[in-house]
Design a protein around this ligand. Structure first.
Ligand code: FES
Length: 156
């Protein structure tokens, strides 16, 4: 390798390192910056009135990329629609009463728990709030979990 090529490669590495540093600094700034109430409101999706959702039903919200499940006992759960195996979108099969991944056949029950692997854990959750009879889903960040717990269910 001649010296001009070596110099070019060194400059390229320097430029890439600089770009990575700038991106890293931006990420830290975004992480530390307080979220405004407006931003939080924008990520809170209004799903609808409680009565709109039948017990034992699953409703897809494609715009929010989540499913809202109303359990037989009346509680609500919201799931990220990505399979926890490799991230394929998992459709709900009403006749089978389960989510079935089209990629490698993982399946999940109405609470998002794994019925059939290779999915390593339940569907990720979004927080559900019920205010004045209205169901709202916080779509900012899906929450990973290892198993179903009753505390994950939002109640009226
Ligand atoms: S991505 Fe769903 S089972 Fe593999």
């Amino acid at each position: 390798m001649n010296s001009s090529r070596r110099s070019f490669v060194a400059k390229l590495w320097l430029a890439l390192g600089g770009a990575a540093l700038i991106e890293y600094a931006w990420l830290i700034r975004e992480f530390l910056r307080p979220r405004s109430a407006k931003a939080e409101d924008e990520m809170l999706m209004i799903a609808g009135e409680v009565e709109r959702f039948e017990r034992g039903s699953v409703t897809a919200f494609p715009a929010g990329r989540f499913y809202l499940a109303r359990l037989e006992d009346g509680g609500f759960m919201a799931f990220d629609r990505q399979c926890t195996h490799l991230g394929c979108t998992v459709p709900w099969h009403d006749e089978e009463r389960q989510f079935v991944c089209p990629c490698h056949a993982s399946s999940y029950d109405i609470r998002g728990e794994v019925l059939n692997p290779p999915a390593p854990r339940p569907l990720d959750l979004y927080a559900v709030r019920i205010e004045n009879g209205i169901v709202k889903v916080d779509t900012r960040q899906p929450v990973r979990r290892q198993t179903f717990e009753p505390s994950q269910v939002a109640r009226v």
